[in-house]
Design a protein around this ligand. Sequence first.
Ligand SMILES: [Zn+2]
Length: 501
Amino acid sequence: MPSRPASLGQLRAAVAAGRVTRRSVKDEIRENLIERLRAGAPLFPGIIGYDDTVVPQIVNAILSKHNFILLGLRGQAKSRILRALTSLLDEWIPVVPGCEIHDNPLAPLCAGCRARIREEGDALEVDWLPREARYVEKLATPDVTIADMIGDLDPIKAARSRLHLADELTMHYGLLPRANRGIFAINELPDLAGKIQVGLFNILQEGDVQIKGYPVRLPLDVMMVFSANPEDYTARGKIITPLKDRIGSEIRTHYPTTRHAGMAITTQEAWTARSGHLDLHLPEFVREIVEEVAFQARQDSRVDKRSGVSQRLPISLLENVISNAERRALLAREPIVAPRVTDIYAALPAITGKFELEYEGELRGADAVAREIIRNAVGTVFGGMLATTDYAHVGEWFDLGGTLQVDDTLGADALLARTAAVQGLHDLAGQVGVAADAPPPLLASAVDFVLEGLYAHKKISRSDDWQYQGIEPPRRPARTAPGDPLERELPLTGNKKKYYN
Ligand SMILES: [Zn+2]
């Protein structure tokens, strides 16, 4: 912008002529938001699934000029929303060059800047600060000190030089003063020690704070935003009441409410467009199952609900699933990467670190819990797609003694050849959205899905090393007709007389 004033004199003239506006950060954000709402422009590009819930509440908080807090579990895009507020700041603001707290040349806080303006007057050079430099973020931890957050001073030096203690010559600024004229975000607010919370409150309330017992005046112009886990935030004693009172709006975030919304986020975030000479064909059912894994984990009683299951789970999972398929394609020298359900099981390392287990889950082990969650997810998606399909004949092939050994490194041609004998299995592949003339790696993925779907629905069984076979004969005396093949295999035939005659 060549027309930006370069000196204090030019800046004063520009303000007088109305070409540059002087306003507080909260007014600036509010007015820019109003402009964006009027223009019908997107408010938070890339934030999916919050249009009817979280976004309207944030808009209201900004219009109210509130400091606000986002309450939500991990992986609910809280930090991302807070960072996106930066886009509501002016593109550039005038500052005194070199000032650590980005003093406004028209109203400087620190003595250094005031002295410079006294000396240089309208000739003082003016710098322009881009909006990206006006966002300061801090992850709260119990060891954060007043010095980190607000600043520190050197009383001996102050006493010797007979300077007022609020003088910046004796003060080392912490993060909050450095966020002056911008946005200061504190993540996990309840982890901040009570003493620091009191300091923050005093700054918000009065613009005054005590450092080492000395009063320091810092009338900062800052928009404060916070994030926290809802249980920590509402726990008694974790947040000092006066600070809570100064946070104008509490806004609850949430996980995607539908599988479709979750898939849209995962598609946006996961790294799927990869370099190399391989061609990725990602079947829709793999996407659905990957997303459903997160939904199943969030409702699994063995997974800790208080910490939640981050949206980063399906994102990392999808990336790892594609990588396993990539590895197989490379080993089998296939030009097409077609992820399979089997690849989801191979991607356990992308799942097990993404949730905390309850005691019952700990006993079971993270790997076992993750496998059961995947199996439930496969069953849910498979049930939705093949609800009305008759696949009994495939189960019969296995019940009559057929077995099938596969693994996640088996190339497409080998897998299709090996499964061709299973009566009706290849026909079912058409039911999961893969055309009969699709490339072999996609057909192989469809066949793999059907096998895993039948396993999830307990129509066939499978060992941990990927051998599919018939389900075990029922462990109850069934009313079978004489000569039925099942009857001969029943282990309980000896008891039949006792119960039925
Ligand atoms: Zn200054």
